[in-house]
Write a protein that binds this ligand. Structure first.
Ligand SMILES: CC(=O)SCCNC(=O)CCNC(=O)[C@H](O)C(C)(C)COP(=O)(O)OP(=O)(O)OC[C@H]1O[C@@H](n2cnc3c(N)ncnc32)[C@H](O)[C@@H]1OP(=O)(O)O
Ligand SMILES: CC(C)C(=O)C(=O)O
Ligand SMILES: [Mg+2]
Length: 502
């Protein structure tokens, strides 16, 4: 029987330390509820002494959420701990997280103290916190660079003082997996009362090792992992929840399990990205938009024959829906045939080979091949009455914001006008009026490429039709036009037979 691994989510505390990611109380409640539904065990809701707003957020999250333990962070300072305790007064299960720096750097240069004094302050903080709650977690900040014997000693003393969880942060993301695993093993082997507390990992990603270190910690006996959604956090970020949870799910040899409802991972990731204005990098493990996209022929052929040839995770298991086969100059006939089949064009043998040769010439000159391109290639076999061509786009904002769009769908010309809360909204609504795609616009990202005011805006869109994602891209100096083009690009990738279904 595997042991429970406690998932401690610190998106709302360490994650929120990212510049520009601050959330208000209402937004934090939305995130906390999503984390509760995701099945996390502990939500670190904030650092209450830091500001009245953060105090209020911890207070309100404690009222709004009932299953997870609500945790409040503090320094090893009585006032911090008192305020943390007050912020938890409505929590059904409240935890105070207190601690102090334990590495030679922190002891000498940050706290300007001595090892003996640090132990005394850590012990006093834990004892003081235990006056308010039974669940007290102690963090040994910068444990990754601490002297091993000193770390073991302070952990023994804080457990004696009443710590129920001992957190071993690799605050600076310095350690290698073997080293971090050895720190946890040393605690297990040398701290006499270690079985009276749960050991927690808290790793940072400065060397890209956060997930590997966390998993190594678990393999050596840690039973709580401190993580954030999308791996957001101070500097290069924290360990990402989705990576650790899925690593554990994929590797049955690690003798632990989590309560995470993995099909909720993707939506939770999108929610955090949207609320915190933090785009997820396309190649991010598990939740990046390319995490289940196959673009080279050998891989595509393999996936189409048997998904597991190139996928260790079923995308449905993390809420992504289906993997995508992207047509590029690196694609082979299997991928081309897959897309043609979806368009209702069934080609075999010589006909397929002929189209494939033309496809390669086109793909060498284009990054991304869409429905329009495919229909052009197989024009002699079929015509596409749903194909959308974007014509003139105009918009104005004299009092109300209005846009007019000219479009051709198949052979028919259309014009439509719409209002919106901004020009992009108005233009997309005008397109929607004509194309009636019945899609959900799930992701919409505009990025400046060089940051100047004369810059080109790059637009990425993800539409959902049924449970399938369709991506649209465009770039233009006019962000409204770029958005309209990306929308139409995505619409044109929806297969004819899917398009017909509302
Ligand atoms: C590794 C981490 O992620 S720790 C969490 C990081 N998060 C934050 O810092 C966000 C919240 N922080 C804040 O709002 C503020 O820094 C506060 C309210 C905590 C303190 O503000 P100030 O009193 O103005 O202190 P300031 O931020 O300038 O310096 C921090 C002080 O805390 C001390 N300190 C730092 N960590 C600890 C600790 N764990 N225990 C005790 N004291 C500590 C520092 O030595 C410094 O003290 P000094 O001024 O006597 O040298
Ligand atoms: C406050 C502690 C747990 C922390 O975030 C760190 O050391 O990275
Ligand atoms: Mg941290």
């Amino acid at each position: 029987m595997s042991e429970k691994l406690w998932i401690f989510d610190t998106t709302l505390r360490d994650g929120e330390q990212v510049p520009g990611c601050q959330l208000n109380t209402q937004e934090k409640i939305v995130v906390a509820k999503a984390l509760e539904e995701l099945g996390v065990d502990i939500i670190e809701a904030g650092f209450p002494i830091s500001s009245p707003g953060d105090f209020n957020s911890v207070l309100e999250i404690s009222k709004a959420v009932s299953n997870p333990i609500i945790c409040a962070l503090s320094r090893a300072v009585e006032k911090d701990i008192e305020v943390a305790a007050q912020s938890l007064k409505f929590a059904k299960k409240g935890r105070i997280h207190t601690g102090i720096g334990v590495s030679p750097y922190h002891i000498q240069y940050k706290l300007r103290s001595t090892p003996e004094d640090i132990i005394a302050r850590g012990v006093a903080a834990v004892k003081f916190a235990r006056r308010f709650v039974d669940d007290v977690e102690f963090y040994a900040e910068d444990a990754g660079r601490a002297e091993p014997d000193f770390l073991n000693k302070i952990i023994e003393e804080v457990i004696k003082a009443g710590a129920t969880v001992v957190n071993i942060p690799d605050t600076t993301g310095y350690t290698l997996p073997e080293q971090y695993g050895a720190i946890i093993a040393s605690l297990k082997n040398n701290v006499p009362n270690i079985d009276k507390a749960i050991i927690a990992t808290h790793c940072h990603n400065d060397l890209g090792m956060a997930t590997a270190n966390t998993v190594a910690g678990v393999q050596h006996g840690a039973r709580q992992v401190e993580v954030t959604i999308n791996g957001i956090g101070e500097r290069a970020g924290n360990t990402s929840l989705e990576e650790v949870v899925m690593a554990i799910k994929c590797h049955k040899s690690i003798p632990v399990h989590t309560e995470i409802v993995t099909p909720r991972i993707y939506n939770t990731s999108r929610l955090i990205s949207k609320l915190m204005n933090m785009p997820v990098q396309p190649n991010k493990a598990i939740v990046g938009r390319n995490a289940f996209a196959h673009s080279s022929g050998i891989h595509q052929d393999g996936v189409l024959k048997h998904r597991e040839n190139y996928e260790i995770i079923d995308p449905k298991d993390v809420g992504v829906g289906e993997s995508t086969i992207v047509l590029t100059a690196r694609s082979g006939r299997a991928a081309l045939k897959h897309h043609l089949d979806a368009l209702g064009v069934e080609l075999e043998g010589e006909a397929l080979r002929e189209v494939y040769e033309e496809f390669l010439i086109l793909a060498d000159s284009k990054r991304d091949i869409g429905r329009k391109d495919l229909m052009g290639l197989v024009g002699k076999f079929v015509t596409d009455s749903n194909f959308i061509e974007l014509g003139k786009v105009t918009y104005s904002s004299n009092g109300t914001i209005q846009a007019q769009v000219e479009m051709k769908i198949g052979d028919e010309s259309h014009t439509s006008t719409a209002h919106g809360n901004g020009p992009v909204d108005a233009v997309l609504k005008a397109i929607d009026k004509i194309a009636k795609p019945a899609v959900e616009l799930e992701e919409f990202l505009i990025q400046a490429i060089t940051h100047g005011s004369d810059d080109v805006a790059k637009v990425h869109m993800r539409l959902i039709k049924g449970d399938k994602p369709y991506y649209g891209f465009s770039s233009h100096t006019d962000i409204v036009l770029a958005s309209a083009q990306a929308f139409v690009d995505a619409l044109n990738k929806i297969p004819v037979k899917e398009y017909a279904t509302a």
